[in-house]
Design a protein around this ligand. Structure first.
Ligand SMILES: [Zn+2]
Ligand SMILES: [Zn+2]
Ligand SMILES: [Zn+2]
Ligand SMILES: [Zn+2]
Length: 305
């Protein structure tokens, strides 16, 4: 997949860089990740762009939202940065005081802007003050990499992330809706350095992440396995899954609904929304001399209705 799917924070095309687009779809995308705001895909591109420049906070370079503050010389600053500059205007060093810039706030209210995820396919255009709310729940918002156990900051759409998991994290990929996995660990008494594994299943034209890990639940070391859906929560609810672990004539079964990867791995784990196996039980399932963890987890994913 092309690297074009890597998510860039707000994009802006300055009017002097390009001609006003004849076709809205042909707007070039700037690679400047730090440039905070959006180009207006509108005929009054030049006017809108210079208003965007006015709305750019000189400190964080993000678009400013009310309350917008100004110094006595009229330099503006966003409300998030204001507490960080110790009451000194970052532009002229004068005292900032507590002056609102109502004129700029009013101008902002007249703007209509494309959703910042338009490069991911969202065609929505929103009034300035509705844009953030829309973007927080936009269906085209890219997903975070679902790989746990590393601080991976990669984001993208699902096909992009599937390739990323495969190529960059060397994750095991499987086709089919049933699975049979063995987890073996030679020293099961070291729960501290959380052992975790991720396997990706492809079925029903979708992708699912099976997580397995050891962690400390209160004082007790436990193993947990759960499934996450690579997509949004509304779609995740169309699926169910079951996990089964056992040996020696005993077994534990968990049935659940996969959680969207919009919910972080940690959030799902800490809500215990999965198959949880106490270590003593896990060692019992492993048989032998209890020196080695050997769990066989079987599972199944199916579509509801
Ligand atoms: Zn700022
Ligand atoms: Zn100033
Ligand atoms: Zn959107
Ligand atoms: Zn990653």
């Amino acid at each position: 997949m092309a690297s074009g799917n890597i998510y860039l924070d707000d994009l802006r095309v300055k009017p002097e860089v390009i001609d006003p687009p004849k076709d809205e779809d042909l707007v070039e995308v700037s690679e400047d990740v730090n440039d905070p705001d959006q180009q207006a895909l509108k005929p009054n591109l030049t006017v809108a762009s210079s208003v965007h420049e006015l709305l750019e906070c000189p400190v964080c370079l993000n678009a400013m939202y009310p309350p917008i503050h100004q110094c006595s010389n009229g330099h503006t600053i966003c409300s998030a940065c204001k507490p960080k500059v110790h009451n000194r205007c970052p532009t002229c060093r004068h005292e900032l005081g507590n002056i609102r810039c109502l004129a700029l706030e009013k101008v902002a209210a007249t703007l209509e802007l494309p959703c910042k995820f338009h490069t991911f396919g969202c065609s929505g255009i929103f009034p300035y003050f509705n844009k953030l709310k829309h973007e927080s729940q936009c269906a085209f918002k890219p997903y975070n990499c679902p790989y746990a156990g590393s601080e991976c900051s990669v984001v993208g759409d699902i096909p992009f992330l599937v390739n990323h998991l495969k190529d960059d994290h060397k994750v095991d990929m499987h086709n089919g809706s049933t699975f049979n996995h063995r987890y073996v660990k030679s020293n099961p008494h070291e729960v501290e350095n959380a052992t975790w594994m991720l396997t990706v299943f492809s079925c029903f034209g979708q992708y699912f992440c099976l997580h397995f890990e050891a962690f400390q639940l209160g004082m007790a070391p436990v193993y947990v396995a759960f499934l996450r859906f690579m997509g949004d929560d509304t779609e995740a609810k169309n699926y169910s899954y079951s996990l089964e672990v056992g040996a020696n004539g005993r077994k534990m079964i968990f049935q659940g609904v996969p959680r969207s990867i919009r919910d972080s791995h940690r959030k799902v784990r800490d809500s215990y929304d999965g198959l949880i196996i106490q270590r003593n039980m896990a060692l019992f399932f492993s048989g032998g001399d209890r020196k080695e963890l050997k769990l066989r987890v079987t599972g199944k994913i199916w579509k509801e209705q």
